[in-house]
Design a protein around this ligand. Structure first.
Ligand SMILES: NC(=O)c1ccc[n+]([C@@H]2O[C@H](COP(=O)([O-])OP(=O)(O)OC[C@H]3O[C@@H](n4cnc5c(N)ncnc54)[C@H](O)[C@@H]3O)[C@@H](O)[C@H]2O)c1
Length: 330
């Protein structure tokens, strides 16, 4: 059994708490949150105890690994504390909003050779994973075009936007990682953005609608489109076009029932509402994989370096948007 602690019992922390608590190879030793009521209610829900401090978690020899699901601005300090306490880490994305700070974090801990995985959960979605495996097996020949569509159902509150680091670091970061997961290194990108959904987002200097074009080292091109508002649910699709065909992973519906009548054909239930429902299987599979890496002392992927690469792409997208130019990745 792998003793684990969960740090952060907010929206995503609660999802992880349930997956950790029911995992056959993990013992969820405790949860911790600076908001005691959040930790207490999560501990009650999943049948574990609350730790009183981060120090208590880090000093506990029964804990081999921590899952960091706290607010982004706390990730670096917690990764450093866990690495020094020789605990393996699964940390939510992004590592930090500041690329230089994220790089310094690795410099601080590299000599400890820590096990650190970054929570790019979409790599564990069964459909996206299968798409990548079939791409790798050569089913559609050489990939030439990748189209990633990622649209949230509704914009988050303005208070969230203020601390989000902007759409590219907060939202597109998953798509940057997906582009790298499918194609490897990205050499250049150009970003276009608009404020079409909520004027309050524009007033904060952010955008809510984006289209990006990326060029991979392989020569393949990637198109990413994002919106902070999508009236029909959480739109998450990937299409890969290759020399011998196309692979496509579409949206998931609440059921597979289709209705055909005089007014419409093939109408179905709405697609899954948001990330907690859409990626439920991916969050569980992510924990399976991380636990296996800790047990087998394997280096996990997505690694800390993958987290840095996604942040570099986000930074390049910000630069491209502001300069209206193509930005090269070093
Ligand atoms: N992979 C995904 O699909 C996904 C989805 C949502 C959020 N996230 C990421 O997860 C992180 C948390 O997001 P959220 O939406 O759950 O936020 P949230 O605000 O709902 O929860 C964050 C929790 O962390 C707690 N916290 C803050 N500082 C702490 C500290 N130093 N020690 C312990 N607890 C602390 C807060 O009290 C809060 O309960 C963010 O980095 C976010 O980007 C990832």
């Amino acid at each position: 059994m792998i003793g684990m602690a969960l740090l952060g019992c907010g929206r995503i922390g609660k999802v992880h708490a349930h997956n950790l608590a029911r995992h056959p190879a993990v013992k969820l030793e405790c949860v911790y949150d600076v908001m005691t009521c959040a930790a207490e209610s999560t501990a009650r829900d999943v049948g574990t105890r609350c730790a009183r401090s981060v120090d208590e978690v880090m000093a506990d020899p029964a804990i081999q690994a921590v899952l960091i699901a706290t607010s982004t601005d706390t990730h670096v300090a917690l990764i450093i504390a866990a690495a020094h306490a020789h605990k393996a880490v699964l940390c939510e994305k992004p590592i930090d909003l500041d690329l230089a700070r994220a790089k310094r974090c690795w410099n601080d801990i590299a000599s400890l050779q820590p096990t650190v995985m970054i929570g790019f959960n979409r790599r564990f979605d069964p459909s996206f994973r299968s798409l990548r495996e079939r791409l790798g097996a050569g089913e559609i020949g050489v990939p030439e075009l990748v189209i990633i569509t990622s649209r949230d159902p509704a914009p988050p509150p303005v208070a969230y936007i203020k601390t989000s680091g902007g759409i590219f670091r907060d939202m597109t970061i998953h798509d940057f990682d997906m582009a790298r997961y499918l194609l490897g290194d990205i050499l250049e990108l150009q970003a276009f953005g608009a404020n079409l959904v909520d004027p309050a987002i524009g007033e904060l200097g952010d955008i809510d609608t984006a289209m990006l074009v990326l060029r991979a080292r392989s020569g393949a091109l990637v198109h990413i489109d994002n919106s902070r508002r999508c009236v029909y649910g959480y739109d998450q699709r990937i299409e890969v076009f290759g020399s011998k065909g196309m692979l496509r992973a579409g949206n998931q519906h609440a059921t597979t029932v289709e209705s055909w009548n005089a007014a419409s054909t093939r109408s179905r239930d709405l697609i899954e509402r948001f990330f907690i429902e859409r990626y439920a299987a991916a969050y569980a599979a992510e924990i399976d994989y991380f636990a296996a890496c800790v047990r087998d002392r394997k280096t996990p992927s997505p690694s800390f370096a993958d987290g840095i690469s996604a942040l570099e792409l986000a930074e390049a997208a910000v630069q491209s948007l502001h300069s209206a130019r193509t930005v090269q990745l070093s």
